[in-house]
Design a protein around this ligand. Structure first.
Ligand code: NAD
Length: 435
């Protein structure tokens, strides 16, 4: 039986208001999920199963602050689905995070893992806190107590956190250590994105940007274009943005625009990327005052005429207001959700090839998978091996999704959702419903 529209009354789905400028990540995800479900004629039960999280944990985290006071933080962990394997997903620290947002991000992880064929389900965790207001010791106590509260949830074969917004290698090290103290074993595979010294993987930090570039090269190839001399614009100059810029620069592409929170920088002859990275590194991660390019607003930067546009900053950057002004041939979504669902349709009708986030930025989770494999084997790979295998998996995922796109005559994003949802649904049918 095809899926039933009434299921949109599910508490996890909110109908967007008619005048909304900002579309929530969950609304965007559900709109794309519904399209794929319709195409696959997903039965009602399966639709309901795949749009509801398997498990949601809300926990109170009491912490003694440096001044002796006790504060209680709220923490979440949502396992959206674990049919394909142990669930995998980042942990973010943010003062305004909500359970709804965590639900959306967890579902996104399920589709992302399925798209790149890593044997993981999807999850996401969060703590409602502002890490800028916490001392290092307080941050450690918050992290360790959250981990202790999640001992039954986390595990190398159950649920594996990784860094996300405002968390890093150090936070992962504390989680691993707390978990191991309780398990009385060296369970390094309980988290990924760890420091190299305690079981992290070579190439993990660069993996997302490297994956983005592998897919940009594959897309250029499909369109019969060469990376040499091709004009590239990149929004966001953090981890994903700088690595994408550096690798495309090394391919001979002309990076004509870059930006960060301080604004945009434009040079039609091409920006010297190693110089820009050096400048930003010396300037506490900011391009502010960068002189080798003309200043330009972040809005105008997105509208520059170029071959490849890589939004690698944050969500909702290309929406129905600015979509008609986009002049790129290819957009690779380095960030999660940078294009809203309504802009998607406009860009598609303009003939722009969009490499969707669940495919484009899946290099990070792919090398997280490699880290987990290495930890479990106790055998660590060279960076060259990590990069080679990453490139192979990303290229093969691109090819598979491209075939689905051609088969149904749909967009790459729709194809990625169709592929992922079909894979999880087929696996569930094989396993069956227990009970
Ligand atoms: P980051 O914090 O290292 O960098 C973010 C960059 O975006 C910074 O340069 C910041 O100044 C810039 N920025 C913020 N707001 C901006 C704005 N309004 N206009 C222009 N620039 C702005 O973050 P990151 O790790 O590079 O992640 C970027 C995006 O990629 C996020 O959406 C993240 O969820 C996604 N992502 C990251 C990874 C990863 O492995 N790092 C993996 C998958 C997805």
């Amino acid at each position: 039986m095809p899926y039933n529209k009434d299921l949109y009354s599910t508490p996890y789905y909110k109908e967007p208001g008619p005048k909304l400028d900002k579309e929530s990540p969950f609304e965007s995800m559900m709109e794309r999920f519904r399209f794929a479900a319709e195409l696959l004629q997903l039965e009602d039960g399966m639709f309901q199963y795949l749009s509801s999280p398997t498990r949601q944990v809300i926990t109170s985290i009491p912490v003694e602050m440096d001044n002796g006071e006790i504060r209680v933080f709220e923490g979440y962990r949502v396992i959206h689905n674990n049919v394909l394997g142990p669930s995998k997903g980042g942990l973010r620290y943010s003062p305004d995070v909500t359970l709804d947002e965590v639900n959306a991000l967890a579902a996104w992880m399920t589709w992302k893992c399925a798209v790149v064929n890593v044997p993981f389900g999807g999850a996401k965790g969060a703590i409602k806190c502002n890490p800028k207001e916490l001392s290092l010791k307080e941050l450690e106590r918050v992290t360790r107590r959250y981990t202790a509260n999640m001992l039954e949830v986390f595990g190398p074969e159950q649920d594996i956190p990784a860094p996300d917004m405002n968390t890093n290698e150090q936070v992962m090290a504390w989680i691993m250590d707390t978990y191991c103290m309780h398990s009385r074993k060296s369970d390094t595979a309980v988290v990924t994105g760890k420091p190299l010294l305690i079981g992290g993987s070579r190439g993990r930090k660069e993996a997302t940007g490297r994956g983005v570039v592998t897919l940009v090269l594959a897309a250029l190839n499909k369109l019969g274009m060469s990376p040499v001399g091709c004009k590239v614009v990149i929004q966001g100059f953090g981890n994903v943005g700088t690595i994408s810029a550096k690798l495309l620069y090394e391919q001979g592409s002309r990076i004509i625009g870059i930006s960060d929170i301080s604004g945009g920088y434009y040079n039609p002859d091409g920006i010297d990327i190693p110089k820009a990275i050096e400048y930003s590194t010396a300037n506490k991660g900011s391009l502010e005052g960068f002189k080798d390019a003309d200043p330009i607003s972040n809005e105008r930067l997105l509208e520059l005429e170029c071959d490849v546009l890589i939004p690698a900053a944050k969500e909702d950057q290309i929406n129905r207001h600015n979509a008609p002004n986009i002049k790129a041939k290819i957009i690779a979504e380095g960030a999660n959700g940078p294009i809203t669902a309504s802009a998607d349709q406009m860009l598609d009708s303009m003939g722009i090839l969009i490499i969707p986030d669940i495919l484009a930025n899946a290099g990070g989770v792919t090398v997280s998978y490699f880290e987990w494999v290495q930890d479990r084997q106790g055998y660590f790979w060279t960076e060259e091996r990590v990069n080679r295998r990453l490139n192979r998996m990303m290229r093969s995922a691109f090819q598979l999704i491209f075939e689905v796109k051609e088969q149904y005559n749909i967009t790459l994003r729709q194809a990625a959702y169709v592929y992922a949802i079909r894979k999880v649904a087929d696996t569930l049918r094989l396993r069956g419903i227990y009970g």
